[in-house]
Design a protein around this ligand. Structure first.
Ligand code: ADP
Ligand code: MG
Length: 682
């Protein structure tokens, strides 16, 4: 069996199961191996006494069966029950429809019961507990159980068995040269897959993770470098003789561009005229004013006869840019049409836009990755901008060059990664940085607030609303599937509605809404029809509502620093004083990370601190930043591996730029195997 075979060749996966896997985008054997567990479950140590403050929860208890076990037969169901004591506290045990458990519960036996337990009138009660001998339980405890993302109809057990079956059949050849593996003490690839899915201990998991992080970076950096080496026929250099509209708009803007904004525009102009740089990264912290830079750059191109496109990672953001661009065009009497292209539009609407793009018409087009689908062709595309590039990540970055067009590419990112990392990740680009915020901005005031003082936070929000401002509330996190996340937000929003009854209107936003619903909610908030927006982290990227002055983040201690900084960036986007309140869980023992945010609003400083704080210990503890959409690697946490990979790739390409040696061919084949994960859903 090999990596690219269909998953139906795995024992136990028929058409029906394959369909379910397909919903998770898993169609080939290799996809399944790369489908890492979302987390791991470890059986807890068995208790011999109840902890003092125990009320309810899933536990394991070590008890001796002393009383007789009864099964009551009735028409509806069999109920088997008995009572045991833990320390001196009685636990009543009940099993429904499981009369056979009696065989495992002979009086005198020592057993471990595992299951949910809660306080009862005269002790505790466990229902449907699993029963193990101490030996069986000890065996279970020696391994970590993988927990996968699932979809309706697909059980964790099915995924686990399928991965196991695939592991047994597949032949995996390690493509990373031995010398590198030895040098970095990395484990073998097959071993890494085995351990990431079926680890027996935490250390094993860390070794596996390190190897797979290495591979993910390796794949990415090598592709970037190979892409860079290709001599593509670019439209560059180009002449830009006309500039009257561009100058007029710059002159008439209601604010003065910051030095950083001007530098970016100048760098872009240099690139275009001299033709020696096809791609530029614009790094600018949240709120530094990247949109106007994009607009001016596009206007300059349009004025000289080119079509330009800007791509955003979410429909909410694309729709917002569309509104902004329409507004600019109206205000400054700009004669070019603005089009919007998103996946959720009807086939007819899309077709109409395709028509415009394929014609000679000079226009601005704004969209999501719907812009880089095969069906879209441009007649004279001069520039593509991707906004919030870090959110697109690896796949779409590669896809831009697949399109066959050769426009100048400007990528914008609000992730203030340190320059050394940026130079590795964006090795194919020049980098410009907008360091300073617009002059009219007051620094955001921050506060870390204990859960117990949440009411005070609400009162503060009420006062801001009274003053005409708006607020975001990022709702509590839950560790479950997204469906329940939607329910969770809706529940929480209802509470907020009650609390603010008569004081403010509440909108709700979450990932499971349709794009139309999301846009409607954002529109209502942007126009101040709603005063409070209760949301999951979907508002994190790019949303610009300058009238919003408060950001309140529940469970703040469970987010990564980079993500918190992005969330906070939704406020402080106008001249009014803004505030960010980080709500800290009861369970939070270490607020070091929150304190960094509390004392600094500077994304670069925060990123540097983030790098220092993270270590290999943070395995799945904190939500990762999700930057660049790596599936297991994290650019901050794994910065050392990234550096390592960058040097290795350079070494490899130095001696074998075409990847034609025996080692090189192995690597090349590996890249090919993984190609579908990057290009297939175009
Ligand atoms: P981001 O860099 O996060 O994408 P935006 O481009 O959305 O930021 O800009 C945030 C807000 O700042 C917008 O309302 C924009 O009009 C405003 N803005 C941009 N540049 C300046 C400037 N030089 N002076 C004052 N306000 C500005
Ligand atoms: Mg933006």
């Amino acid at each position: 069996m090999n990596y690219n075979e269909s998953i139906t060749s795995i024992k136990g996966i028929g058409e029906k199961t394959a369909k379910l896997f397909q919903k998770l985008n898993l169609t080939r054997v290799g996809d399944l191996l790369d489908f890492y567990p979302r987390t791991y479950f470890a059986y807890p140590d068995a208790l011999e006494v109840f902890p003092e403050d125990f009320e309810s929860g899933t536990i394991a208890v070590l008890v001796r069966i002393q009383r007789k076990v009864y099964t009551k037969h009735s028409a509806r169901m069999d109920v088997t029950s008995t009572q045991v004591v833990l320390g001196d506290v009685p636990i009543s045990l009940v099993w429904f429809r499981m009369p056979y458990v009696k065989n495992q519960l002979e009086p005198g036996r020592l057993v471990i019961l595992y299951g949910p337990c809660k306080k009862d009138h005269n002790g505790f009660k466990m229902e449907q507990a699993a029963i193990y001998t101490p030996e069986q339980y000890a065996a279970l405890q020696t391994s970590l159980q993988p927990v996968y993302h699932l979809t309706k109809g697909l059980s964790n057990l099915t995924v686990k068995k399928s991965v196991k079956a695939a592991m047994e059949e597949i032949s995996l050849e390690d493509y990373i040269p031995d010398s590198f593996l030895k040098k970095h003490t990395l484990i073998d690839l097959a071993e890494a897959y085995q351990r990431i899915h079926f680890p027996t201990a935490m250390e094993e998991l860390l070794d596996a993770r390190r190897r797979l992080v290495y591979d993910e970076f390796f794949d990415f950096i090598l592709r970037v470098q190979l892409e860079k080496a290709k001599e593509e026929e670019a439209v560059l250099p180009i002449e830009l003789p006309k500039r009257s509209l561009y100058d007029k708009v710059r002159w008439q803007l209601p604010f003065q561009l910051t030095a950083g904004q001007v530098e970016c525009l100048e760098a872009m102009e240099r690139d275009l005229l001299q033709g020696d740089c096809k791609q530029r990264l614009i790094q600018g912290d949240v709120g530094s004013g990247k949109t106007i830079v994009a607009f001016l750059a596009m206007l300059r191109m349009a004025e000289n006869g080119y079509q330009t496109a800007i791509m955003a990672p979410t429909e909410v953001l694309a729709a917002q840019h569309y509104e902004t661009f329409l507004e600019y065009c109206k205000t400054y009497h700009i004669p070019y049409p603005v089009y919007l292209l998103m996946g959720s539009m009807s086939a007819k609407e899309k077709k109409e836009v395709y028509g415009h793009l394929a014609s000679d018409e000079v226009c601005f087009v704004i969209g999501t990755h719907a812009l880089i689908q095969k069906k879209v062709s441009f007649s004279h595309l001069g520039m593509v901008i991707t906004d919030e590039q870090h959110r697109f990540g690896v796949k779409q970055r590669m896809n831009l060059s697949v399109k066959g067009e050769h426009p100048y590419v400007l990528v914008m990112s609000a992730t203030p990664i340190p320059r050394t990392l940026a130079m590795i990740l964006y090795g194919d680009m020049q980098i410009s940085t907008i360091r300073s915020a617009p002059k009219d901005r007051l620094p955001i005031k921050n506060a870390i607030i204990d859960e117990a003082n949440r009411t005070k936070a609400y009162q503060f929000i009420a006062r801001e609303i009274q003053a005409g401002h708006q607020a975001y509330i990022i709702c509590p996190l839950i560790e479950a599937s997204e469906t329940t996340e939607a329910e969770n937000v809706t529940e929480y929003a209802k509470r907020i509605e009650k609390i603010f009854a008569g004081q403010g209107k509440v909108g709700v936003l979450h990932g499971r809404m349709t794009p139309e619903e999301k846009n409607a909610v954002m529109h209502a908030f942007a126009t101040n029809e709603t005063n409070i927006l209760v949301s999951t982290t979907v508002v994190e990227v790019g949303v610009n509502v300058p009238n919003a002055t408060v950001m309140m983040i529940e469970n703040a201690n469970r987010f990564g620093l980079a993500q918190l900084h992005q969330l906070r960036g939704r406020v402080g986007r106008g001249s009014a004083q803004s505030y960010c309140m980080f709500i800290k869980d009861k369970s939070c023992k270490d607020a070091k990370r929150l304190e960094i945010l509390n004392r600094s609003n500077d994304g670069f400083e925060i990123a540097a601190e983030d790098l220092k704080l993270r270590g290999p210990g943070d395995f799945y503890g904190i939500r990762q930043s999700g930057d660049m959409n790596f599936s297991i690697a994290d650019i901050y946490q794994d910065a050392d591996v990234l550096q390592m990979v960058s040097e290795d790739v350079a070494d490899i390409l130095r001696v074998d730029p075409e990847l034609s040696s025996a080692d090189g061919v192995l690597i090349r084949n590996h890249l090919k195997q993984k190609e579908h994960q990057i290009y297939d859903n175009l």
